[in-house]
Design a protein around this ligand. Structure first.
Ligand code: RNT
Ligand code: ZN
Length: 414
């Protein structure tokens, strides 16, 4: 192994790239792993079906049904990822004990104490998401609702989540990224587009004007172009969320499933970096629509990673996973998606960005294209294998048998 690594390392060194440094950097880039891949975005606070214009398809056996099961599955999934990780929770994953129940507007830090203990034992920070869907009061609209009682309910939910996020930061000693996404929209052409957006802005102000520690809680706002059954109008569109985030000084968050199919987030990153000190990303894979397929090492994932690294501002990104596939082994889905993101980042950390930029600036586009193409057959596999070794995780080809054994021993018995 060492010989192959040495050979690969020299190949990159010839281009002026330090492979050891790339691996060490990769180990420090936080990746926020979503809890919701393990149970099809089900959550534990109700038995309601998933709503909000998002959909998990498939009914592969073994879905986690309790917090304990989800934690056990999460552990196995992340044991094969490596590097710095954060646990990304939704408010709907509150764990109530002793018959207690609290509605979304009344959630308390203590309802997440189990998750805090779990994250602390693993040395992970926690990121958080208010859940504005899968709830009786989210049947129509949430923060943009024309029904004042409903709108206020969801404002209280947002405020409760800020308090919980601050608690996560205090407990784990790591800032909590709190991402706001609402599904509000219309299936068909509305009469009034401006009203819901004005109410959304007002609700966000009411949430974010509540005092909270801006160092501990980093709030993001996620945009979307459409949802299932909400095809004609989405209140939290790209223009709305970018403008609101800029005005309020919070982070914009781009999910690469939330744009028209020929738009790419990789091209948007450098634009947002001009005007934002930090940006959030949901890494997913959209196949024809916001389908949230498992992330693979495909062209766009690699291009996103390239843009993150080439910007020279890796530390200004909050990188989170967001996909949910119920058609295959969920633990394997979790793992392979997370490893794909790590691979894309490693590949990007190994690129000779400065040399390629010089070619571009000198107008030597022929040479740039050839260099970029020939890049694709660099001995990347050997560097990835060394990353796995240093991260203490299984090599490619070695982790799936463990997951399949777990499927037999645990998942199929549920
Ligand atoms: C939905 C958004 C949102 C959710 C998660 C569960 O389209 O992408 O981020 O996927 O909050
Ligand atoms: Zn998302």
């Amino acid at each position: 192994m060492t010989n192959i690594y040495d050979y690969a390392k020299q190949t990159y060194a010839a281009l002026g790239i330090d492979a050891d440094a790339a691996i060490e950097k990769l180990l420090t880039i936080p990746l926020s792993v979503h809890c919701w891949q393990g149970d099809d975005v089900g959550g534990f606070d109700s038995d309601m079906a998933l709503s909000g214009g998002i959909q998990t398809t498939g009914n592969y056996p073994g879905k986690a049904q309790t917090p304990e099961q989800l934690m056990q599955d999460f552990d196995l999934a992340v044991s094969n990822v490596g590097g710095k990780l954060k646990l990304n929770l939704h408010a709907s994953y509150a764990v109530f004990e002793d018959g207690e129940y609290a509605d979304r507007d009344a959630l308390q830090p203590r309802h997440f104490a189990k998750w805090v203990a779990f994250a602390k034992e693993r040395g992970m920070g926690i990121d958080f998401n208010p859940t504005f869907f899968s709830h009786p009061k989210a049947a129509e609209f949430t923060l943009s609702s024309p029904d004042e009682e409903i709108r206020r309910f969801w404002v209280e939910h947002g405020r409760a989540c800020l308090r919980i996020s601050e608690y996560f930061a205090d407990e784990t000693g790591t800032p909590c990224v709190m991402n706001i996404w609402i599904p509000d929209g219309y299936k068909d052409i509305p009469a009034d587009r401006i009203g819901p957006r004005a109410r959304f802005a007002k609700s966000l102000d009411e949430i974010l004007d509540t005092p909270y520690d801006h160092e501990k809680v980093r709030v993001c706002l996620e945009s979307k172009v459409f949802g299932i059954g909400l095809e004609s109008y989405t209140v939290g569109s790209a223009e709305f969320t970018l403008s609101y985030a800029a005005k309020k000084g919070i982070m914009p968050l781009m999910d690469n499933g939330h744009y028209h199919p020929t738009e790419v987030v990789s091209d948007k990153i450098s634009a947002l970096l001009q005007f934002n000190s930090r940006i959030g990303l949901h890494i997913t894979r959209a196949v024809r629509w916001d389908s949230d397929h498992v992330v693979r090492l495909d062209d766009e994932t690699r291009e996103i990673a390239k843009e993150i690294v080439a910007s020279g501002r890796v530390d200004d990104f909050a990188i989170a996973l967001d996909y949910f596939d119920a058609s295959i082994n969920r633990v394997a889905a979790w793992t392979v998606g997370a490893r794909s993101v790590r691979k894309a980042l490693l590949d990007a950390l190994l690129m000779p960005h400065a040399a390629w930029r010089d070619l571009q600036n000198a107008g030597r586009m022929t040479e740039l294209m050839v260099a970029q193409e020939e890049w694709k057959t660099m001995p990347f596999g050997a560097i990835w294998a060394e990353y796995c070794r240093r991260a203490g995780v299984a090599q490619d080809g070695e982790w799936l048998p463990t997951v399949l054994q777990y499927e037999k021993d645990v998942l199929l018995k549920r």
